[in-house]
Design a protein around this ligand. Structure first.
Ligand code: C5P
Length: 407
């Protein structure tokens, strides 16, 4: 998903048959976690109702029928100030002309005049209106002022004509909003698989073996990959963290379950194995709670090796992700051990960190990593785990981007 979570759009719905498509646009924005306030023009209200927009946006819809002088209402200045982006969809020829002329004779045009927030317009009108020199002139004026356009598209129109004038599809308007608010999405179209957190290996129905991993770094990487436009499957062991927005989450407990979930998530373009997978599991898990007894000696736990998920993904043959990244949590000789691990596991990169207790890294909010690639080792500054995640994702994007160009 999307970096749109927590952002706000003010959607101005002008008159036109295509106004019904704004329902889908509002739905897409809300699903991405974006707040939407709608302003419905008088003409727009002939095609869609304030009630339907209110139900979908879960917010009050502003129309000219409400007095903005009422203290309880939000004034037109506040309306636009609260938004990160103003979107006019559909933008009729009349609306474009009024915007170009700087009219402020209803709520929608007043909000548009009283703002310095970026504006995106999605025109929709009859092909002759779109091609008319008056509309061309309005569009040229608006474009020169920095107003962004999405569409119109070519196609059949409600008036039985064919040509340019159809409103861009809601998904296209949504993608443009994302582009404007979040920036370019270099990993769009790619699928990333991320493992995160510890695994719990049962001893009996109430006890398990675990480790101190918080899942913070893996979760931050999943969020950063999603922000960069990737479709993300996050396979997470038991952690106390909230799921990152817009990420497909699979919850697992054991290493075996994590491996099965990874296999099920393939094919993937990118795999980031940030989980602290238990190296061993109990050979014979007791079916009932093991009882202590004053007479008997404490039980001896026999361990057997867990599958190595990173190694398996690295040698997955035709379904091997193009870029497989592992982590190395080391307490000494971090650089040498990480290089050796890269070769042993067969992965492309290793993100190595020093997890000695005094670093506070394991379970903490900051990380200090070295990136080990075929080209060598780079040491990064100590920073918040979310910044490490963004820096790693920027490297992933640069690498896969240059691969794309060389194809
Ligand atoms: O061998 P070691 O545990 O040090 O390797 C760490 C890396 O291997 C991490 O990327 C971890 O997610 C991955 N790993 C794994 N499955 C295991 C053990 C480690 O995917 N059973």
């Amino acid at each position: 998903m999307s970096g749109l979570a927590g952002r706000r759009v003010l959607l101005i719905v002008a008159g036109g048959i295509a106004a019904y498509k704004t329902h889908e646009l509002v739905r897409l924005l809300r699903r991405a976690g974006c707040g939407v306030t709608c302003v419905l023009s008088d003409n727009g209200a002939r095609f869609v109702t304030a009630l339907s927009l209110q139900a979908l946006s879960e917010e009050k819809v502003y129309t000219d029928m409400f007095s903005l002088t009422d203290e309880n209402e939000m004034g037109h200045i506040e309306l636009s100030r609260a938004a990160d982006l103003l979107v006019v969809a559909p933008a009729t020829a009349n609306m474009l002309a009024r915007m170009a002329a700087g009219l402020a004779d209803d709520l929608a045009s007043t909000v548009l005049l009283a703002t310095d927030t970026p504006v995106l317009v999605a025109p929709a009108m009859n092909v002759r209106m779109w091609e008319h020199p008056a509309t061309r002139a309005s569009c040229a004026t608006l474009a020169a002022r920095g107003i962004r356009f999405v569409g119109p598209r070519e196609g059949a129109m409600a008036c039985n004509e064919f040509g340019f004038g159809r409103l861009a599809e809601p998904a296209e308007i949504f993608a443009e909003i994302e582009n404007l608010l979040v920036g370019p999405r270099p990993l769009a179209g790619l699928h990333a698989l991320v493992t995160s957190g510890p695994t719990h290996e049962p001893i009996d129905p109430v006890r398990y073996l675990a480790n101190r991993s918080s899942g913070r770094q893996g979760h931050a990487i999943a969020a950063a990959l999603a922000e960069a436009g990737a479709r993300v499957s996050l396979i997470r062991g038991p952690v106390a963290l909230a799921d990152p927005p817009g990420v497909h989450v699979v919850r697992v407990q054991t290493a075996e379950e994590m491996l099965a979930a990874c296999r099920a998530a393939l094919p993937a373009d990118i795999a980031v194995c940030a989980a602290a997978v238990a190296d061993w599991k109990i050979a014979d898990v007791a079916g009932h709670k093991m009882k202590k007894s004053a007479d008997a000696a404490p039980p001896v736990l026999r361990l057997v090796a867990n599958p190595d998920i990173l190694a398996e993904l690295s040698r997955a043959g035709a379904s091997r992700p193009r870029l497989v990244i592992g982590f190395a949590a080391e307490t000494d000789d971090v650089a040498d051990n990480a290089q050796a691990k890269r070769a042993r596991k067969g992965c492309d990169w290793i993100v190595a960190n020093d997890v000695r207790a005094e670093t506070g890294i394991m379970g903490g909010t900051e990380n200090q990593v070295s990136l080990v690639t075929e080209a060598g080792i780079e040491s990064w500054a100590r920073m918040d785990k979310s910044l490490v995640a963004r820096a790693l994702v920027a490297r992933i994007a640069a690498t896969l981007g240059s691969e794309k160009q060389s194809i």
